[in-house]
Design a protein around this ligand. Structure first.
Ligand SMILES: Cc1cc2nc3c(=O)[nH]c(=O)nc-3n(C[C@H](O)[C@H](O)[C@H](O)COP(=O)(O)OP(=O)(O)OC[C@H]3O[C@@H](n4cnc5c(N)ncnc54)[C@H](O)[C@@H]3O)c2cc1C
Length: 340
């Protein structure tokens, strides 16, 4: 049973012994010593003081769609409830607690373009810069001007411009320094007034012109592609792509191509699909305890019944070893775990 500890200022609320099982899409059983929600900078100052006083670590939590949780989190799990959106011309400032896909819908409804290909990505606005979310040839970093964060080391609100965010493929400054120092409070984007669809990605390039003629139609097409490819975490708990698509050298790219595995260029380097490697290694459907490699999408680990973190770690190790032995490629995990 969650125990209500108190409401500090107007919007900071803290509960103790909180069940997080329904707050992570992988469906891992987990409890937190404390869980708090915050809205304002004062909430964060106040929480900073509580954390300092009681020597507690702070763990940011959005929708839990990119997280592997331990069964006990000994600290304060912190979630933003700031769902604000401000639009000034092509500049959009969104609160960390807003759902990412809601932001995509709001921007399209206001004739602002650029986020269509990122439709349907689960999670919150605040978590999106963490791993620089991306899909179908578009990355968030292309649209971000800056990020407002609360710094839990300095007890102050800070602003990071795009350069300071150090975005890369599924990474950022915040992901590297993620161990509770930065809590993202606002994300500031610059979008486009004119619809300029990004159609290069193969799944999108194949679409008939009618489906890419407007921002709304492209969004619908992206949602349909996603629904056809990815298992629904509401029915089959999962954390999306389990591994990043790895970069490979030119020599490895040639070797992989000779084995029928297509590589492609990204940021002037070569990348290969991690799903294709897993498939080619014959790993689809293999299982460790309650978790298996999804038969629907080889890059997804599904919780098929009471999966534990140990099951996931075991399956990840088996997949990584098999892919490395067969193709000489190291796979890197995408979802985060809290450092406890
Ligand atoms: C079915 C499925 C499909 C997916 N498809 C894609 C995809 O196409 N592209 C893609 O890039 N990702 C994808 N993901 C991954 C995931 O949706 C994104 O990484 C998303 O941004 C995570 O948001 P969240 O709110 O759930 O974050 P959480 O899982 O709650 O947190 C993720 C990380 O961000 C940190 N964090 C959360 N909120 C904050 C904050 N306010 N300040 C600082 N740190 C914070 C957490 O501590 C954690 O380290 C998919 C996931 C699933 C389950």
């Amino acid at each position: 049973m969650n125990r209500f500890i108190g409401s500090f200022f107007m919007s900071l609320t803290v509960y103790s012994n909180v069940d997080l099982t329904r707050r992570n899409t992988m469906g891992l059983n987990s409890r937190a010593r404390y869980a708090a929600t915050c809205l304002t900078p004062q909430d964060l100052n106040s929480l900073f003081e509580i954390a300092q006083r009681d020597q507690l670590k702070v763990f940011p939590l959005g929708s839990g769609s990119n997280l592997l949780l331990h069964d006990w989190i000994d600290g304060i799990v912190l979630t933003s409830i700031d769902r604000s959106v401000e639009i000034e011309g092509v500049r959009v400032t969104a609160g960390a607690g807003l759902s990412w896909d809601e932001l995509v819908q709001i921007t399209l409804a206001n004739n602002l373009f650029g986020l269509e290909n990122l439709s349907g990505i689960p999670g919150t606005v605040g978590a999106a810069p963490m791993q620089n979310i991306g899909a179908y040839g578009v990355e968030l970093s292309e649209m971000i001007i800056g990020v407002e964060v609360f710094d839990f080391v300095k007890n102050e609100t800070r602003y990071f411009d795009r350069e300071a965010c150090q975005f890369g493929y599924r990474t950022s400054h915040f992901k590297v320094y993620q161990a509770g120092q930065y809590f993202i409070t606002k994300v500031i984007l610059e979008l486009k007034r004119h619809f300029q669809p990004v159609l290069a990605y193969s799944d999108i390039a194949r679409l008939p012109k009618t489906q890419t003629a407007s921002g709304q139609s492209l969004r619908s097409a992206v949602l349909a592609i996603r629904a056809g490819k990815l298992p629904d975490y509401n029915n089959t708990p999962n954390a999306g792509s389990f591994f990043k698509n790895p970069f490979v050298t030119q020599k490895m790219s040639q070797d992989l191509s000779s084995q029928g595995l297509r590589t492609y260029s990204f940021d002037g380097r070569f990348k290969v699909s991690a799903a294709a490697l897993i498939q080619a290694a014959g790993l689809v459907g293999i299982r460790s305890g309650g978790v298996r490699v999804s038969p629907k999408h080889a890059l997804v680990f599904e919780n098929v019944g009471e999966a534990t973190l140990a099951d996931i770690q075991d399956l990840a190790a088996r997949v990584r070893e098999a892919v490395h032995t067969q193709f000489g490629v190291q796979l890197e995990m995408e979802p985060q775990g809290y450092v406890v």
